[in-house]
Ligand binder design. Structure first.
Ligand code: SAM
Length: 226
């Protein structure tokens, strides 16, 4: 039965894969993976033998039609990314869009993603939030920051450890140095760390102690004055 599954994989801790994710990966005709070597390790670990095909941002425009036509002929495919949920700052969107256009059923399994634990762990309001992914490092950076100056929802950003301090400093300038925020590093891994405080405090903290690994920045929204 034709179908595309999007299957979340662990963001660090190998235990974070659902029983259903393993069942789906084991039962599909082929698995599309961002990095087939990394994916092969994960699949081997779980004794899964479904064939792997490469699918990443540099070839997805070329391969998407071929993938859709295989599924339309009756095959079942799964898409995984290097970590977390496909489509979230990772390839996925293009394939989902093409499948929907071709009336192919799409099913995304719930599972690991870095933004949700970072948000919930931040201690900042999680009733309303917006996910901003990676802010551009050059062109469009100022515009994006400016557009967020009046944002009242909690904001979530992905950032590289090399740009963290610069980004926190710019945010302190834009949103105010006393704005509350949180940085979650190495979520679900041995050296997981969550640091909370004002944007200035966090910039100072990570200037003194340059961060390593992967991280998420969560920033409180602008206070609404009634
Ligand atoms: N698809 C992934 C997801 O669902 O979260 C995101 C992929 S994106 C290419 C990678 C970014 O996600 C990292 O630069 C970091 O900002 C964040 N990230 C991924 N794993 C993380 C972890 N274990 N701890 C903190 N941040 C993480």
């Amino acid at each position: 039965m034709s179908k595309l599954f999007l299957v979340p994989t662990p963001i660090g801790n190998l235990g974070d894969i659902t029983i259903r994710a393993l069942e789906v990966l084991g039962s599909v005709d082929f698995i599309l993976a961002e990095d087939t070597r990394e994916a092969a390790k994960l699949l081997r670990h779980h004794g899964i033998k479904s064939p792997l095909r490469s699918h990443h941002m540099f070839n997805e425009h070329r391969t998407v039609d071929g993938v859709c036509s295989r599924i339309m002929k009756g095959e079942r495919a799964a898409l995984i990314s290097d970590a977390g949920t496909p489509g979230i700052s990772d390839p996925g969107y293009l394939l989902v869009k093409h499948c929907i256009k071709n009336n192919i059923p799409v099913e995304t399994l719930p599972g690991p993603t870095a933004l949700i634990p970072a948000l919930v762990n931040s201690g900042l309001p999680c009733d309303r939030f917006c996910f901003e992914g990676f802010i551009p490092s050059k062109r469009g950076r100022n515009k994006r920051m400016e557009a967020l100056e009046n944002e009242t929802r909690t904001m979530i950003f992905y950032e590289s450890p090399f740009r963290l301090v610069k980004t926190l400093e710019e945010m302190a300038e834009r949103f105010g140095s006393e704005r509350e925020a949180s940085v979650s590093r190495e979520l679900s891994k041995i050296y997981e760390e969550n640091v909370r405080g004002t944007l200035t405090f966090l910039a100072d903290h990570f200037r003194d102690k340059p961060p390593k690994g992967e991280l998420v920045i969560v920033v409180a929204g602008k206070k609404i004055h009634h």
